[in-house]
Design a binder for this molecule. Structure first.
Ligand code: ZN
Length: 452
């Protein structure tokens, strides 16, 4: 491995790469608001073309997918999954610098999408530049699949991957997220929970009414919604949909062993989030780690009804709605949850509560002892100051099951994320030091793939 030459290139050209990342972050690409999507896809395509990749911007039912491939010396193919869309930047007033004006402060680059996941994308390009500068060619084939709807549940990715199985085929997939934990240890995240996201809507009249006129005799949409929500979960945290837990698979002994090697999060979470305690009165670190990711959830993400402005307004709301997400664990599926939710609401007399399906996907996991995971761990060895940790399942979600289901590939991680990255929140950022490390880690993954 010519890692010294490659590392030197990564270090000495880091400013160019950060400049490229900044240009990409200056281009808004908010899938939820259909803002800047096409323009950003074109920028991603240009960056890949500049590295000698054959690039196609392929249509889907929504945002296009940028697909790029470049052949290498070896037979193995590394798939890189990234996304060019970002979360909405709101609330804007909580940003210390504008979300689409990338700004460096104290060794960190701030911008919406810089950590999730434009920075990981450009750090990988930077690693490729370094390898090409050192060697003139890639040690393995590389295919980029860069989608534009990850932040809205990858709603069109499954049919796309299904239809393009041969085009996308490969041996190992590097996932969009990666980086270090709050103790700066690199982490391999090999499993992701699934998700089922719904909006529940109630309408009880054709318009809002004076609460003196209707309060005693008209149905109230806000109360209907609150009562319906109240049936979904009890105060002991049991989700009450019929059959909801039937397909939940508990962690394997090996997964528990890996969870036990992860840092104790009890004190960190308490302090970081100002908590007085955890649900179900959990105190034990391993129990907390298991409950945090091997249990499905039902989260009310938002509630809307009636008047919430200054002072009082005596009004009876005709409409109410709630956004609810269910984080799912293997082998639950969003399809089943939607059916269970409908059956449950109907059985409790809430036929009037409409369910709007806002997307979802099942969870999936890679065997933590897969040779590809070992490769990614080995690749991190001389980049970070600490050995890698393997996290068998993280709490978040993503379309990893699509790659595992249709392409049959193991999934590994690399990236510049850390516990200060504030993904999805105001002041999203990455550490420039970790950005450089992410590039070095990815370069080593590519080199090792040459022997895979
Ligand atoms: Zn995200």
């Amino acid at each position: 491995m010519k890692t010294t030459t490659i590392d030197r290139y990564i270090e000495s050209h880091i400013d160019e790469s950060v400049a490229e990342l900044s240009r990409l972050c200056a281009q808004p690409s908010v899938a939820a608001q259909n803002l800047g999507i096409q323009a950003c896809a074109e920028k991603v395509a240009e960056s890949l073309k500049a590295r000698g990749f054959a690039v196609q911007i392929l249509p889907t039912g929504g945002s296009p997918v940028v697909f790029a491939e470049r052949a290498g010396k070896g037979d193995a193919t590394l798939i890189v999954y990234d996304h060019y869309d970002v979360q909405p930047p709101e609330p804007l007033e909580l940003w210390d610098s504008p979300p689409f004006e990338p700004t460096v402060r104290a060794g960190r680059l701030y911008a919406r999408g810089v950590a999730d996941n434009k920075g990981n994308f450009t750090s990988r390009l930077h690693a490729i530049d370094a390898i090409l500068a050192a060697d003139g060619e890639l040690p393995c084939n590389i295919k980029f699949v860069v989608e534009g709807e990850e932040e809205i549940g990858s709603v069109n990715l499954e049919p796309f991957v299904k239809e393009n199985k041969d085009l996308l085929a490969g041996d190992v997939c590097v996932w969009e997220v990666g980086g270090v934990d709050h103790q700066n240890a690199p982490v391999q995240m090999v499993g992701l929970r699934g998700i089922c996201y719904v909006e529940l809507r109630v309408r009880t009249a054709n318009r809002d009414v004076h609460s003196g006129t209707g309060g005693s005799i008209f149905p109230n949409a806000a109360w209907r919604l609150v009562w319906a929500l109240n049936t979904l979960k009890d105060q002991d945290e049991n989700i009450l949909l019929p059959g909801f837990y039937d397909d939940v698979i508990p962690p394997t002994p090996r997964e528990k062993e890996l969870l036990a090697q992860l840092p104790d999060m009890v004190a960190y979470y308490r302090e970081e989030f100002g908590l007085t305690g955890f649900l179900k009165d959990i105190e034990d670190p391993l129990e907390l780690a298991i409950q945090a990711v091997y249990q499905p959830t039902c989260t009310i993400c938002g509630l809307t009804a009636g008047y919430q402005g200054k002072g009082s307004k005596t009004v009876l709301p005709a409409e109410a709605s709630a956004k609810v997400d269910f984080r799912l664990v293997p082998d639950q599926t969003p399809k089943q949850v939607l059916a269970q939710l409908r059956a449950h609401l109907d059985a409790h007399g809430f036929e009037d509560v409409e369910i709007v399906d806002l997307g979802g996907n099942p969870g999936a996991k890679t065997d933590p002892d897969h040779p590809a995971v070992r490769l990614a761990v080995r690749a991190a060895e001389d980049v970070y100051d600490q050995p890698s940790r393997i996290n068998p399942m993280i709490g978040g979600s993503g379309p990893n099951y699509i790659f595992q289901e249709y392409l049959g590939v193991p999934i590994i991680s690399s990236g510049a994320g850390d516990s200060d990255s504030r993904v999805h929140a105001p002041n999203e950022s990455i550490s420039l030091d970790l950005y450089e490390k992410a590039a070095k880690h990815f370069a080593r993954i590519v080199l090792l793939m040459g022997e895979y």
